[in-house]
Design a protein around this ligand. Sequence first.
Ligand code: AGP
Length: 364
Amino acid sequence: ASYDMGGHDTFMHKEISEQPDAVDRVLRGRIDDRFSTVHLGGLNLDPREARTIRRIKILGCGTSYHAGLIGAGLIESMARIPADAEPASEFRYRNPVVDPDTLYIAVSQSGETYDVLAAVQELKRKGARVLGVVNVVGSAIAREADGGVYVHAGPEVCVVSTKCFTNTVTAFALLALHLGRIRDLSVTDGKRIIEGLRRLPAQIEEILKGEDEIKRLAEEYAGAQSMMFIGRVRGYPVALEASLKLKEISYIHAEAYPASELKHGPLALIEPALPTVAIVPDDDLLEKNRAALEEIKARSGRILAVAHQVQEKADHTLVVPKNEDELDPILMGIPLQLFAYHTALAMGRDIDKPRNLAKSVTVE
Ligand code: AGP
């Protein structure tokens, strides 16, 4: 693509810094303050149908799958519809049970990922209702879907996704709020979420201002052979996505685990040479997450926490602004985009074009 880098050294850096505007764009014109809900023009789902949905299954690949995991959590908490996400590439090969009461949602930045498109086509053949959460307008997946939500992140050139991930998750928050208000989410909760959504652009701006500190930390961790990422419930997909970002551009081996699973195996890996990045939001799981930090510290593991307040057990904390509990995952991954970026930069990697990867995988 012949887009302009606008004074940045890489598209990745440009796209990370565009996030306040991008999030503003996905919200624009959709919020309805009178009824504390959002309007999604292309959804093509009337309220009566929306009330009959028994389950939601979200399908995507890579970063879009991770956005779908957060999306499933948002839908469950706001709309109280059982929801989960699965890699589209797995779903299409396991002869899944296609259920008429399930709403399927395909997630894709490009709208051209073959595994996702093939899953959508298979679902449609079986008579399922499929919505798209897609960035590229008029793309194959957008055309195949019965309706959906455009993510409006703008063109994303860097192979690794940053602003599109953030906008996709925000689009899921809109969808969750919309479904919630059709079902049992109260006016008060609707208002609370809307106010939270409106705070996002300025809060992202604030996180981006911390870049110098993130860069300094990234340079410190850049020598690691491997890194562990942990989070719990809402924080786990944030950990998954942050570890993918680090792998893709720095080539440092990284793995993500639910913090609750540490004691069931991966704790054996913890030693000073394996740093852990921990997602520690100030919510009802704070004490549980703190206990995991203690377990790591007891094995002399180094810890970098992303949290709403400084964590005593961590060696370093990147403090992010607090939003509503449901919306915290949108913000907590952003410092880790910059962390992956500066780690890769310190290691001299080709950030916009990582080895072995293509922007969209349009073949089987
Ligand atoms: C993102 O950093 C990756 N390049 C990759 O995981 C990507 O998200 C995946 O291939 C899906 O692409 P899509 O969103 O265009 O469908």
